[in-house]
Write a protein that binds this ligand. Sequence first.
Ligand code: B12
Ligand code: SF4
Ligand code: SF4
Length: 387
Amino acid sequence: MSDERMDAIRAAAEELGFVASWAEGELPPFVGERYHEWLAAKRHAMMGELLRGVDVRLDPLKRFGWVRSALVLAAPHAFPDPGADEGGLRLGRVGRMFWVREQGYLERLLRPKIEEIKTACRAQGVRARDWVDQGPLPIRSYAAHSGFGWIGRNGMVITPKLGTYTTLAVLVTDLEVPAVAPPKNHCGSCTRCVPACPTGALLGDGTLDAKRCISYWTTQHPGMISPSMWPAMQDWVFGCDICQEVCPWNGKADEFWSGYMPEPALAHPDLRTFFSAYSDGHEFDRLYGGSAFERAGRTRMARNAIIVLSNTGDKAFAPYCRLGASDVDPIVRATAAHGLVRLRDRKTAATLLADPDEIVRHEARAALMDASSELTVQPPPDLVTAR
Ligand code: B12
Ligand code: SF4
Ligand code: SF4
């Protein structure tokens, strides 16, 4: 009976365009052990939310005693590059999963479809609750536990057909399902992603140190980014896909969920629009409402833009960095101080020595101190504000 209901619910999910697979609700103990080790080694950087509800995260059955299984839903996102809009300052790369407007696919497209799957569950007399991203569920572990894919050395869930380019969601249910054999890890002797990571974030065992990950710094970190990190961040303005781009399993991945609409303005943003001095920040609201850029906030985007500009080493971009020097946000002005020195506009950087904000004055002093210190100076701890 359980098999029939499993098949009916999976078929409903697949009809809506997802790749669906069932996992037992109870996860093997090593999942929790690995997670604890990861936290104990402080690999989570400042993502305080990963410390909250750890018990539930590691053992969802603790909070949801009725849970017997998880339906893993994968929406492939190996869509082609939508190209860039004309004009603007379109430098820097954005992680592929952020080329679609979250509010568009999450709220308007994904959520209603997940509701339809929940309706299919109810029709089978099955109780269900969903998680897409944030929240206490170990989504990758459920994906591996369901046999959907294996955890690669790059930390991503990989399948031979879809590669790593999948966005995952989980629906927990009270349906008893049979155990699935753990997926075979097909990384084999390949280690390509580990040395390809420019910041050395991948630890080689399928976990990473978020304190070194460009994706963490550009999307999650709220304060200053130490100039010592900048060169390794290359031209990533938001997220990072390097450890996926080098993975041979992505060589042929080209499937994407029909609901996704990648947008040129998100894949190749005009960096000027991140600064408050440009159109009083109105362009930011107009262009990026409902996107991951909006969730991260204008300040982080402007900070990241300065880093990308200064990493070019090209003095021609100094005028755009000057937009940062007059930004309303002190984190952006403090970042601009370093950017301007690196683009050899010490004169504008020096004006920030008289900034009303102590953070900015401190960073301007550090940036101007000398050419070598500008790349090694660490922000004092009080400049890195907790979320
Ligand atoms: C916090 C977070 C981040 C952090 C930390 C990432 C990390 N590797 O831990 C940062 C900001 C760096 C990040 C970056 C990215 N992220 Co992210 N992130 C998350 C989030 C919210 C939690 C992940 C977490 O708990 N990490 C802590 C580690 C220790 O836990 P874990 O990754 O689950 O690892 C466990 C498993 O690997 C398990 N395990 C290992 N081997 C095996 C074998 C078996 C059989 C089993 C059962 C389990 C198992 O052990 C580990 C410990 O429990 C999830 C969504 C979610 N709720 O799960 C998305 C998620 C992992 N991110 C995702 C994506 C796409 C990205 C980026 C590609 C975005 C980008 N382009 O910049 C990068 C990729 C970086 C990378 N190589 O991992 C996707 C991954 C999809 C996939 N196919 O794997 C997720 C699932 C979001 C989603 N809804 O689809 N992310
Ligand atoms: S996302 Fe980028 S920085 Fe993070 S582990 Fe992968 S290659 Fe390294
Ligand atoms: S690049 Fe190689 S080692 Fe890294 S995840 Fe892909 S197959 Fe595994």
